[in-house]
Design a binder for this molecule. Structure first.
Ligand code: HPA
Length: 247
């Protein structure tokens, strides 16, 4: 089966609207179960695979997502290009709530997650280049598609991946800012590196839900506000990805 594009939906994106002739696929992987069924359907004459990262009812927290099974499942169904949609907090001043960013760098602060397909006994050890964690051609396609769809996105930024599920302290965010992070999210890694290990083209569409701790005016971050901003940014995603599929 050929899949033109696979989409991993994050918080707030649990299906891809407008998929026709959709079929559901439960894939057994050597790494266990994926977050849920992969839904494959047609959009604008293209085959699209969709997987909800946290499950369709948002029951899988960021540190318990089986990233390996998710990517393995998409790859085994024929996906070769993947866009990960991720909710994030903004650290950089121009990355406030509802802004959409296509990051170009990553710093990984997560721990205790399986970060490689290599740790299966007997598997060949592969060291991969990760200087550029995202596939530049797919990043460019996303940015062009957003432009054609009339949705403003910021090209580039450094995604700092934290463990979650709690949000960060102000001191943690201050350190991340000093490190060069522009955004903070809980699911960008190890998804990006596992995609690279499978030779998948991979890019991230980061939806800013809130200013990260200490970066906005508020003393505390309201979880209700996060979801309201996220819903607004998520509404733009099908327009961008729909345009990407039509191009
Ligand atoms: N921190 C980490 N992950 C997030 C945030 C945040 O502030 N907002 C949305 N996802």
């Amino acid at each position: 089966m050929t899949i033109d594009l696979a989409i991993i939906g994050g918080s707030g994106l649990y299906n891809f609207p407008g998929l026709e002739n959709a079929t559901r696929h439960r894939v057994d992987t050597p790494f266990g179960a994926a977050s849920g069924d992969v839904v494959i359907g047609d959009f604008a004459g293209r085959r699209v695979a969709f997987l909800a990262r946290h499950g369709e009812s948002h029951t899988v927290p960021p540190h318990r997502v089986n990233y390996r099974a998710n990517l393995w499942a998409l790859h085994s169904l024929g996906a070769r290009r993947v866009v990960g949609v991720n909710a994030v907090g903004g650290i950089r001043a121009d990355m406030g709530p509802r802004v959409i960013v296509v990051p170009d760098q990553v710093i990984d602060y997560t721990y205790g997650r399986y970060t490689s397909f290599c740790d299966v006994e007997g598997a060949e050890v592969r060291h991969i280049d990760f200087s550029e964690p995202y596939t530049e051609a797919l990043r460019r396609e996303l940015i062009e598609a957003a432009g054609k769809a009339g949705v403003a996105v910021i090209d580039g930024g450094c995604y700092g991946a934290t463990q979650g599920p709690r949000l960060e302290t102000r001191a943690e965010i201050a350190r991340m800012k000093r490190d060069g992070c522009d955004l903070v999210g809980m699911t960008g890694m190890p998804e990006a590196v596992l995609a690279r290990e499978l030779d998948l083209a991979y890019a991230c569409l980061a939806l800013v839900a809130n200013f990260a701790a200490g970066c906005g005016d508020e003393a505390e971050i309201s979880i209700e506000e996060i979801f309201a901003h996220l819903a607004a940014a998520t509404a733009e995603v099908p327009r961008i990805l729909g345009q990407l599929l039509k191009s």
